[in-house]
Design a protein around this ligand. Structure first.
Ligand code: CP3
Length: 371
């Protein structure tokens, strides 16, 4: 029991000194419940955090956003750090997620990125040909994305020790679908066209993107991220065969590189009911499940090799308390075990979500699962 609640010896022991302030703390500080769940170890309660937990549904976010553009908030480490900490203070979640965006690494690659009001992201010079791919620049994250790494260092200094920081990046496929479409691309029609019409260009693009994402995540880990999530948000547009041929090798390159560091990786996508076995094959320590996919299915596929994360429908947070409670209980039941489950939504928090419902869900998960 006692060794169970202490920092591990074994593979991760080498990381422990950096995660703490001194040798004594290393020997006695319990591993936070979020990190224990990633490793499928016993927990005192099921950990909970939410994708997009920092954002416009929070009044304290809107107060800062009223004075700065979204990209400015990402680019100023003090602001990004402040916004990252807001949901930790307001909600009592078990992990913080870095405030940034999956599209930021596209800028040093040579893409013109803008967040136009009401339209979402726009990329001014989308990829249309092999020449466009060849013009893309390699990225040294310590130079061109140093502001994100600085935010990580500030956040780590300010977070309480029981709340780990999650870094993240977009998966190569989801980033490819943005740079080919020039903006949001749920069905990835243009990306699929490039795969089928000019496969060599597709593979060249995925090669470049996967190197950038790999190095960016490794730099986040080096700066202090204690787990990372790879967001393959639009991957559900693909058939399993296309996923295997056009995506899996590139996601695997990223996931394997992070696994080598000993830091847990959450592999998340949406619309992935048919893709989960292949996502598992690609890698990661935690499988993220969206709300359309039964968590039981995710659990059966993870089958004790990976932890699972999910999967309350984000719209459930708009329901009356009794309905919300019923749905939270169902997610916990479907997870099957308190071990190796991280409670989350099946996708990000929606813009007008009531903050008190989010807080209620956090407290309920803790209450229903504490030992
Ligand atoms: O989860 C978090 O709280 C951390 C911060 C975070 C943001 N974006 C902040 C953000 C994370 C992890 C992301 C990831 C992201 N960004 C994804 C993958 C996750 C997902 O939702 O599938 C994607 C696809 C993007 C691209 C992106 N950025 C979109 C589609 C939008 C929405 C545009 C809009 O107007 O709604 C953004 C903007 C964005 N990213 C906002 C936030 C808080 C809203 C910006 C604002 O305040 O105007």
């Amino acid at each position: 029991m006692i060794s169970d609640t202490h920092y591990p010896r074994g593979a991760d022991a080498a990381r422990a000194p950096r995660e703490s302030t001194g040798a004594a703390a290393v020997a006695h500080a319990p591993l936070p419940r979020f990190l224990r769940a990633c490793r499928r170890e016993r927990v005192d309660a099921v950990p909970v955090w939410f994708m997009r937990q920092a954002g416009r549904y929070m009044p304290e976010y809107r107060a800062i956003r009223a004075r700065h553009s979204f990209l400015d908030m990402c680019a100023q480490p003090e602001l990004a750090a402040e916004v990252t900490l807001q949901p930790v203070r307001a909600l009592g979640v078990d992990a913080a997620i870095l405030f940034a965006d999956i599209l930021l690494p596209l800028v040093p690659m040579g893409f013109g990125l803008e967040f136009a009001a009401g339209e979402g992201p726009v990329i001014h010079n989308p990829v249309a040909s092999q020449d466009d791919v060849e013009r893309l620049r390699p990225v040294e994250p310590r130079e061109s994305l140093g502001y994100v790494l600085e935010a990580i260092r500030i956040i780590r200094r300010e977070l309480p020790p029981h709340v780990p920081l999650i870094g993240f990046a977009g998966a190569p496929f989801t980033l490819a679908s943005y740079v080919i479409q020039g903006g949001s691309a749920r069905e990835a029609v243009d990306a699929r066209k490039l795969m089928y019409v000019a496969p060599a260009s597709w593979h060249a693009l995925m090669d470049r993107l996967s190197l950038v994402v790999r190095d960016y995540l490794l730099a986040q880990v080096e700066a202090g991220a204690q787990a990372v999530q790879l967001f393959d948000s639009w991957v559900g547009a693909l058939s399993p065969d296309d996923y295997r041929e056009f995506v899996l090798p590139y996601s695997a390159r990223v996931l394997r590189a992070i696994e080598q560091t000993g830091v847990p990786v959450i592999h998340f996508g949406t619309g992935t009911a048919t893709l989960l076995p292949l996502m598992k094959e690609a890698g990661g320590s935690v499988l993220g499940i969206d709300w359309r996919t039964p968590l039981r299915l995710g659990r059966d596929i993870a089958a004790g090799d990976m932890a699972i994360q999910g999967n309350l429908d984000p719209v459930a947070l708009f329901a009356p308390r009794a309905e919300l409670e019923r749905r939270v209980r169902r997610v916990l039941d479907d997870a099957g075990s308190r071990r190796g489950h991280i409670f989350n939504l099946g996708h990000g928090i929606l813009q007008h979500t009531p903050v008190d419902a989010v807080k209620y869900a956090v407290d309920l998960v803790h209450e229903l699962t504490s030992t």
